[in-house]
Design a protein around this ligand. Structure first.
Ligand SMILES: C[S@@+](CC[C@H](N)C(=O)[O-])C[C@H]1O[C@@H](n2cnc3c(N)ncnc32)[C@H](O)[C@@H]1O
Length: 319
């Protein structure tokens, strides 16, 4: 059976007994959420800023929440006066994980009229998309056999996809490939339109116009290792995100201010510096020094320019 990559990935990840409906993501790969509570601390600082506004209740919506760890960590870190004003919702296609604090809601779509912060950490890279390859006759869809990942070329993509490619991922020579990010643009826009007031943040592996990977970035992950992307439900299927295209879609959906930067820059602006504690603290308070040193290491991991710090951060707000 030959399917487009989008259809095959949709089935493999979210179809009956699909990878994400069956597996715990943290068993297969490590994200900034699983690494430590540093991201949760930064999210809490964003929320504290929004809570200073004229709202009685402030939403935190975690899209593609996985096991709900980010929301749970934010709640655990929140001071009581902020915690009592937070309305926390995890959004995922997977069932609610056991043991999540009761005050965290669980839904399969983003609620309407969010006032506060929407965060999507490593969600968009799991929104299925089609792959095209340049041939001497122009772009052709790449078809895949879900049983073994074998590929062959199919039809010409539809006009809207060709227009997206022209604008966001112009193909080079014969054999070059592109991943059509239109479903991710739509997914992101559907988040931004549900934001009544506040901020929406997407964090992901990303690339920009002019620096797209010439053969695409489709990859598989299983049991902590990179594997061939076979869409048979046995592994995660992911591809880096054209966050600049998502940003334009967010603006069309009503975002009024956009920042597209790296996780390193975004987290440093939120006070995550990875700076070592002063050495003289070791003499005065050895246990405090060790705690601060361990904290600095965790921060450094999230802002490393060669690792998680190179992720893209798209921040878009509505007034
Ligand atoms: C890579 S995991 C990220 C988990 C978590 N955010 C983290 O950073 O550890 C991606 C999650 O997005 C969810 N997901 C994918 N498409 C979705 C959709 N359309 N709506 C809600 N959740 C979705 C998947 O089920 C999966 O749990």
């Amino acid at each position: 059976m030959w399917l487009t990559w989008r259809a095959a990935t949709q089935r493999a990840l979210y179809g009956e007994n699909g990878f994400y409906l069956r597996e715990r993501p943290s068993r297969h790969f490590r994200t900034s959420v699983g690494a430590s509570t540093v991201l949760a601390g930064a999210v809490l600082r964003e929320l504290a800023g929004l809570a200073a506004g004229p709202y009685e209740m402030v939403d935190l919506v975690d899209v593609g929440a996985g096991e709900g760890a980010l929301a749970a960590d934010v709640l655990a870190l929140a001071p009581p006066e902020l915690r009592s004003r937070l309305r926390v919702t995890c959004v995922d296609l997977a069932p609610r994980p056991p043991g999540l604090p009761e005050e965290i809601g669980w839904a399969d779509t983003v609620p309407e009229g969010v006032t506060g912060l929407v965060i999507a950490n490593e969600w968009l890279d799991n929104v299925p998309l089609d792959v095209v390859e340049r041939t001497p006759d122009g772009p052709r869809l790449v078809m895949v056999d879900p049983s073994d990942g074998a590929e062959r070329l199919g039809d010409r993509p539809e006009e809207a996809d060709l227009a997206w490619l022209d604008r966001w991922w112009p193909l080079g020579g014969t054999g070059e490939r592109a991943e059509i990010g239109r479903p991710r643009d739509d997914a992101w826009a559907s988040v931004v339109v549900r934001l009544a007031h506040g901020l929406a943040v997407a964090v992901d592996y990303a690339h920009r116009l002019g620096a797209r990977p010439p053969y695409g970035s489709l990859a598989g992950y299983r049991d902590g290792a990179l594997v061939a992307p076979v869409p048979d439900g046995s592994c995660d299927i992911t591809a880096h995100v054209a966050l600049d295209a998502c940003a334009a879609a967010g603006e069309r959906a009503g975002a009024v201010a956009t920042t597209l930067t790296t996780q390193r820059e975004a987290l440093r602006a939120l006070g995550v510096t990875g700076a070592r504690p002063p050495l003289d603290l070791a003499g005065r308070d050895p246990a405090g020094y060790l705690r601060a040193l361990s904290r600095a290491s965790l921060e450094a991991e999230l802002i490393s320019p060669h690792g998680l710090g190179a992720f893209g951060w798209l921040r878009q707000s509505r007034p």
